[in-house]
Design a protein around this ligand. Structure first.
Ligand code: FAD
Length: 420
């Protein structure tokens, strides 16, 4: 009988198989699983009153109709400048998910987190901008955040979005590899200068910069800009990090090729891993424009890719600084286990975790309690500026099936445990 011919492995698959084999061979320190259901540690920093308020808020947000009506009414009330709108938003959803309106106002949140050994990543909440004046304002605000972080040991990194500093159309054009006109070449150089100004100050002050990942049709341009910055500023230390959306089918190979490029050119790769936030938008556009959806077909496939990426980052930790930016308990547990199996220090500066402020406290505070490097993404900005961010958080916490959301069930468990 003819022997079945095994399909040839791709280079990527060979590398990943080698990573997995290497991890199996390392049987370092015994691993004690982190208990992410420990709500006492998760909410130790919250008073009874704060906890009840959070429970009320997450209950409200779990109702899709309420979130839809609330979002539209809130936007309208802000536009019409109805009295008390800002005050109501500030005392409810804003205080749960945002650190403050200004840098100075974030100080209290930073200190509260630091009390439980949690670091802060400052994130100026301005979303996509459209004028040159606004692009410069975002750049200046990022530089101010870096200066602020440099004076504060608990703030090692700031986070930013290229769409806050560049015209969306330019990013699309660069991503499509279109030839420059005189005007677009000039515009491109100005964007590069803005990003360089930020990264230059960051390196001088020893503060890291995360560049968020955005839609696929502008991401090639973002990847290009972050690569240029990493090559300039990551020679001795990881200052600049790109973001890898593992819900994209092409991102695992891209992570590997980014690492190869960094090795070849002698810099440390900064990799923030996320699953990805634009799933519906991506599917809609792909269907509308008749090209294959770039997102994995199932949640399981995204999870597999994400966990493979975590393995790759831990295995290559010497020349790759990573951040596991996720609210997924299995992926956090996996990274903690791999760190133990390889016998690495839990607080190695290249091995990090991060969650959003106001979410997944069960991961953040239990990871910190166990001695890992963990930070919260703390957005700040005026109420108007952060409204789109708040609407996204509210939508993420609605429950279509009527079940309790992940956040609400942990908060409720702690309310019951305290008997309040
Ligand atoms: C600190 C931090 C920074 C972030 N920065 C960015 C950023 O720069 N860019 C960005 O895009 N997002 C960013 N996100 C959001 C992130 O991409 C996710 O949307 C969010 O964190 C939920 O994913 P999760 O890993 O927490 O876990 P889970 O809740 O386990 O996973 C949910 C995610 O899985 C994926 N998914 C769900 N269903 C399917 C399906 N049917 N098929 C395929 N995939 C599916 C989607 O990505 C979805 O968001 C950030 C998140 C955090 C915590």
């Amino acid at each position: 009988m003819k022997k079945a011919v095994e399909p040839r492995k791709t280079k990527q698959q060979e590398v990943l198989d080698a990573v997995n084999a290497a991890l199996k061979e390392t049987n370092g320190a015994a691993y004690e699983k982190i208990d992410f259901t420990d709500t006492e540690t998760a909410f130790a920093g919250k008073s009874d009153a704060d906890l009840k308020k959070a429970q009320w808020l997450f209950r409200m947000m779990s109702r899709p109709t309420l979130v839809n009506i609330g979002s539209s009414l809130g936007m309208l009330a802000l536009k019409l400048r109805l009295p008390f709108t800002e005050k109501i938003i500030k005392e409810t959803i804003f205080s749960q998910f945002v650190g403050g309106r200004t840098l100075l106002e974030t100080q209290e949140a930073i200190e509260d987190l630091a009390k439980q050994n949690v670091l802060t990543i400052l994130d100026y909440g301005a979303e996509a901008k459209t004028t040159e004046e606004d692009y410069n304002k975002t750049m200046n605000e990022n530089i101010r955040a870096i200066e602020f972080a440099a004076t504060n040991q608990s703030v090692p990194i700031i986070s930013t979005k290229v769409t806050g500093m560049a015209r969306f159309g330019l990013l699309e054009s660069v991503s499509r590899n279109e030839p420059f006109t005189k005007a677009t070449r000039r515009e491109y150089k100005i964007v590069l200068k803005r990003l360089d100004s930020i990264c230059h100050v960051a390196r001088e002050r020893g503060v890291g910069v995360f560049f968020d990942a955005e839609e696929t049709w502008i991401q090639d341009a973002i990847d290009h800009f972050t690569d240029v910055m990493m090559r300039r500023y990551n020679r001795e230390k990881a200052i600049v990090y790109n973001t890898f959306q593992m819900y994209r089918r092409d991102r695992l190979p891209y992570l590997l090729s980014s690492f190869d490029r960094a090795q070849k050119h002698g810099y440390i790769l900064g990799a923030k891993l996320v699953r990805g936030a634009y799933m519906e938008k991506e599917a809609e556009r792909a269907e509308e424009m008749d090209y294959p959806n770039p997102i994995h077909p199932t949640k399981g496939a995204t999870d597999d890719a994400y966990n493979q990426a975590v393995r790759f980052c831990v295995e290559n930790y010497e020349r790759l600084a990573s951040c596991n930016a996720s609210h997924n308990a299995e992926s956090a547990q996996l990274q903690a286990r791999l760190i133990a199996e390889k016998g690495l220090s839990k607080d190695h500066p290249h091995l990090n975790f991060c969650q959003l402020y106001g979410m997944s406290d069960n991961l953040t505070f239990n990871l910190a309690d166990a001695g890992y490097n963990v930070a919260k993404y703390v957005p700040y900005g005026s109420i108007k500026e952060v409204v789109p961010y708040l609407i996204r958080r509210a939508n993420e916490n609605t429950s279509v099936s009527g079940d309790m959301t992940r956040e609400l069930s942990f908060i409720t468990e702690e309310v019951q445990r305290r008997g309040i």
